[in-house]
Design a protein around this ligand. Structure first.
Ligand code: PMP
Length: 357
């Protein structure tokens, strides 16, 4: 028999939070160009990862992936114990798990803006109490106003250092001050872009009980397609996240290559050096072109293009280079982001900018 709701042309309605949620559709279609739009590694992962991929057989495909042995390897890599680490389906999933585990309706959560959009999505699914602290024109982290926005009802704080799309950082001292000012809240420090900056709060796990540090393999390691990230923190906090997570959240291919990616520090250091040198060259070129920028500690630079931002993105696409228009981010009208990759890719990016601006 036919479902009555279907027959009437209606479907069950989702929770009010879902209806209220703005749509987030990253422009992923037709990216067959030089992709300087998503802050990915622009070249490839470590040769050791590629070698391991070649050796994989179909043998393991029928069985569920086993996360824990690789968590043990990751924990050892960071000098942590296995119960202080959880592998996730990218940092995206980690953010979801944080919101699910720590937020009830009515709780407050705190982020700055502009920042990574998924914080808003995951938090808004759990509570209407999301508070956003707007950066000023310097795009620096608004530390004093952020501290002032903490209330006894604040249960979750998420900050990215370096931040996306600004490239701004938050010092370790400031992060520890935030954690200390909100002992009733969990502070998630999103270190997705850690490698391009080098400062971390990973060493404070153990002494700061409300700290969670997130890392991704999507950026410097070049494994965005495998969807793998990691959270580290107090064993009790990680235990709550583990309860909420699917036991098979990270696929077997990702688990197989992760130890190789972690072990190949030479490759990682080479890629980081490419980005550091490329970032300097890009800053010099943008200065010559008269484009206003902000200091970035990451593998991208935010550019103030002004009213012609759409024209620039279109012209760059015609020159075979993709950029990310961030104009709709709060306080970012006319701003466009460019990823910094390898030497060759930066050279192509600069040439396309010269021809397009
Ligand atoms: N955090 C930040 C700050 C990001 O910019 C991104 C990716 N754009 C992510 C997390 C997501 O990382 P993952 O690929 O591990 O889900």
């Amino acid at each position: 028999t036919e479902n009555k709701a279907d027959a009437a042309g209606t479907v069950p309605q989702p929770r009010a939070a879902v209806l209220a949620m703005p749509e987030y559709h990253p422009p992923l279609a037709g990216r067959d160009a030089l992709r300087l739009d998503f802050n990915e590694n622009t070249l490839a992962p470590s040769p050791r990862v590629l070698e391991k991929l070649q050796k994989l057989t179909s043998e393991g495909l029928t069985i569920y992936p086993e996360r824990q042995p690789v968590e043990r390897i990751a924990a050892a890599h960071f000098g942590l114990s296995v119960d202080q680490v959880l592998l996730t389906n990218g940092v995206d999933e980690a953010i979801h798990l944080m919101a699910c585990a720590f937020l009830d309706e009515g709780d407050e959560a705190l982020i700055c803006t502009p920042t990574f959009f998924m914080y808003d999505v995951s938090i808004s699914m759990m509570t209407t109490g999301l508070r956003k602290v707007q950066t000023d024109d310097t795009l620096a982290f608004p530390f004093e106003r952020f501290l002032a926005a903490i209330t006894p009802r604040t249960k979750l704080i998420i900050v990215a250092s370096p931040n996306n799309p600004t490239g701004a950082t938050i010092s370790r001292e400031q992060l520890l001050a935030i954690a200390a000012a909100a002992p009733q809240a969990v502070l998630m420090v999103d270190e997705a872009y850690f490698h391009f900056h080098g400062e971390t709060t990973m060493g404070d796990i153990g002494s700061v009980p409300n700290l969670i540090v997130a890392r991704t393999f999507s950026k410097a390691y070049g494994l965005a397609n495998l969807r793998v990230g990691m959270v580290a923190g107090d064993a009790r906090l990680i235990g709550f996240l583990r309860k909420v997570s699917s036991p098979y959240n990270v696929n077997g291919v990702a688990l197989a290559v992760l130890p190789e990616a972690l072990a190949d520090e030479d490759y990682l250091n080479w890629y980081i050096l490419q980005v550091h040198q490329g970032r300097e060259r890009m800053y010099t070129a943008l200065e010559e072109l008269g484009v206003r920028t902000w200091p970035s500690a990451s593998n991208f630079i935010l550019m103030d293009i002004g009213p012609k931002h759409k024209e620039l993105v279109a012209a760059m696409r015609r020159h075979g280079v993709l950029l990310r228009d961030r104009s709709t981010d709060p306080g970012c009208d006319g701003y466009v982001r460019i990823t910094i990759g390898t030497e060759e890719h930066v050279t192509r990016g600069i040439a396309a900018l010269r021809a397009s601006l």
